[in-house]
Design a protein around this ligand. Structure first.
Ligand SMILES: [Zn+2]
Length: 358
């Protein structure tokens, strides 16, 4: 959920909605639903099924695949009503909270998994965008990541207990489908606290994420190991600092990427952390790197490419630091990936970036 504490949802609203839905809870599978099932798509109740309000203005659709998945908990009670109607009532309550209290245009997340294992579409258009595999709906679930990350809310509070096995199984299924549709790897799955200063998704669900990545990798293949980022702070120097500075410049900082982490770099880090609602401590660690890095590939240009070129050179693969990702940079990247035991796809995603820094 969002970093701000969410007010307790009114219990009476849940109960009455659940009763009202009782008989209508079984939604027949449409022709589209049957076709989707053939592609490995889990059963997802769309906005119309759970009775969503229209968005207050048109949702924005980004014409690019999502780059990652972010797991949340709703921080609502761990209910023992596992019916579909309960899930639908939750979806409506969350949308009401988002629109009436937060004044967002629609609910914040892309998808919701109820305690009963019912999967629901969140913000309008999320399901169609996912099915396209080429579009992402802009959402409001994680500051700094809302145009590039799919947000999944898991009903409940997982600070001291784990999700129910039925709920977890649906989360695995949903994540595997999202990875397939957007061409993501299991290590592109994160928790909300990896980006923002928040307890979400709770200590116990957060501790389950390595298992979640393994379970998703078991379905889609590939290495589930999450990237490990260096911790840099005032007084450090070298090519890792220069890479950090290039990424900060890309986000608007006025800095000379000189490889020296002094007061100006510390201020740039703090300003950036405040901008993306990360822990504003001036140290560049997991949250900061994960907010800063973007996948780079052939044909792209700019400061992120310069960061990659500088790191390749530092790893003994001389590369012109010209900010243009051409054939030379691509062969340097695949060369590095080969020596690092990574798939040599020439794309610098979070894992390759972290290994370049390692
Ligand atoms: Zn969250």
């Amino acid at each position: 959920m969002k970093s701000a504490p969410r007010p307790q949802l009114p219990r009476r609203a849940f109960l009455s909605a659940t009763l009202a839905l009782g008989a209508a809870a079984m939604i027949p599978l449409s022709a589209a639903g049957r076709a989707a099932a053939a592609t490995g798509e889990p059963a997802v109740a769309d906005c119309a099924s759970w009775g969503a309000r229209p968005s207050s203005s048109p949702v924005k659709v980004v014409p690019a695949p999502a780059q990652k998945i972010i797991v949340h908990h709703t921080a609502t009670p761990n209910v023992t009503d596992y019916s579909q109607g309960q899930g639908f009532a939750l979806a409506r309550s969350m949308q009401n909270w988002a629109m009436d209290s937060q004044h967002w245009i629609d609910t914040g997340q892309h998808f919701t998994v109820s305690r009963g294992g019912h999967v629901m579409e969140g913000r309008h258009g999320s399901l169609a965008a996912l099915r396209s595999g080429t579009q992402t709906v802009e959402a409001a679930h994680c500051a700094g990541q809302n145009t590039i990350a799919i947000g999944i809310e898991n009903e409940g509070t997982y600070t001291t207990v784990e999700p129910r096995s039925e709920q977890y199984a649906k989360l695995v299924e949903l994540c595997a489908y999202i990875c397939r549709q957007y061409g993501l790897r299991a290590y592109h799955i994160y928790g909300h606290r990896d980006f923002n200063a928040t307890q979400c998704p709770g200590d116990r669900l957060y501790a389950l994420l390595p298992q979640l990545r393994r379970d998703v990798a078991a379905r889609i293949g590939g290495d589930p190991t999450a990237p490990v980022w260096p911790l840099l702070h005032n007084g450090d120097s070298g090519d890792k600092v220069a890479a950090l500075q290039h990424l900060l410049v890309r986000r608007g900082a006025s800095l000379q990427p000189d490889g020296s982490f002094g007061p100006a770099t510390e201020k740039a880090v703090r300003d950036f952390q405040a901008l993306v609602t990360a822990t504003a401590d001036g140290w560049a660690g997991n949250q900061t790197w994960q907010q800063l890095v973007v996948p780079v590939r052939r044909g792209e240009s700019g400061e992120a490419v310069k960061a990659v070129q500088r790191l390749l050179t530092a790893r003994g693969i001389p590369t012109d630091v010209d900010g243009a990702f051409g054939p030379g940079t691509q062969s340097a990247v695949t060369g590095f990936q080969n020596t690092a035991g990574l798939p040599a796809d020439g794309v610098v995603d979070a894992r390759t970036f972290a290994r370049l820094l390692g």
